[in-house]
Design a protein around this ligand. Structure first.
Ligand code: ADP
Length: 189
């Protein structure tokens, strides 16, 4: 991965993908990670849904729990970054203050990426059936339905997936990553 801005900076960094459920965060994060890993690059995905089954099990969706969810994820991201990894975080992280907290924890080479899609498109995709549950009242505090999402005011990158293919959106994310981050490579042994 080239860093056209400053080729001397340390490898790794954090791409923090925020957006509504169904916007495409997990899809794009895993696809980019796979692409980088195929080159032998150090890359890892921290996915909010997966972390909630382990590290963050026990946290709910109140503002305080969401903040703690973000804090723990950002701390793990910072550890991976220190080891030279490109860390791709996929978390709704609905509040600007939560994303600012993540930026503060990670420090340099933190990039906020707003993965957006119209609510109606997210709802039509509904990859996890969560909008249906939220609309029927069996899922409380669901972002976009019963809980607010604060649109990033100045994201480092904005990707609108509404009218794009996965390949198009992935190439936007990949181009950005390659321009801002330096990729470290696995060493044998
Ligand atoms: P999130 O992680 O934001 O909740 P997911 O990645 O789990 O979202 O789901 C996004 C859904 O939208 C997937 O079913 C994916 O195939 C679909 N999709 C359609 N177009 C795109 C696109 N351009 N980028 C990403 N996902 C897309």
């Amino acid at each position: 991965m080239q860093n056209t801005n400053n080729p001397t900076h340390a490898p790794g960094g954090v791409l923090w993908l925020t957006g509504l459920s169904g916007a495409g965060k997990t899809t794009l994060a895993t696809a980019l990670k796979q692409r980088l890993a195929n080159e032998g690059g150090l890359a890892v995905v921290l996915d909010g849904d997966i972390l909630r089954t382990g590290l963050n099990a026990g946290l709910g969706f109140s503002p305080a729990d969401r903040q703690e969810n973000v804090r723990r994820t950002a701390e793990v991201a910072a550890l991976f970054k220190a080891e030279g990894f490109v860390v791709i975080c996929a978390l709704i992280s609905p509040a600007a203050a939560q994303r600012q907290l993540a930026r503060t924890i990670v420090g340099e080479r933190f990039f906020e990426v707003h993965v957006s899609s119209d609510l109606s498109v997210c709802e039509r995709r509904d990859p996890k059936g969560l909008y249906a549950k939220a609309r029927s009242g069996t899922l409380a505090e669901f972002t976009g339905v019963a809980s607010p999402y604060e649109v990033p005011a100045m994201p480092d990158l904005a990707i609108d997936t509404s009218g794009s293919t996965i390949a198009q959106s992935l190439s936007e994310l990949e181009r950005f990553a390659r321009s801002r981050l330096r990729l470290a490579y696995r060493t044998p042994g």
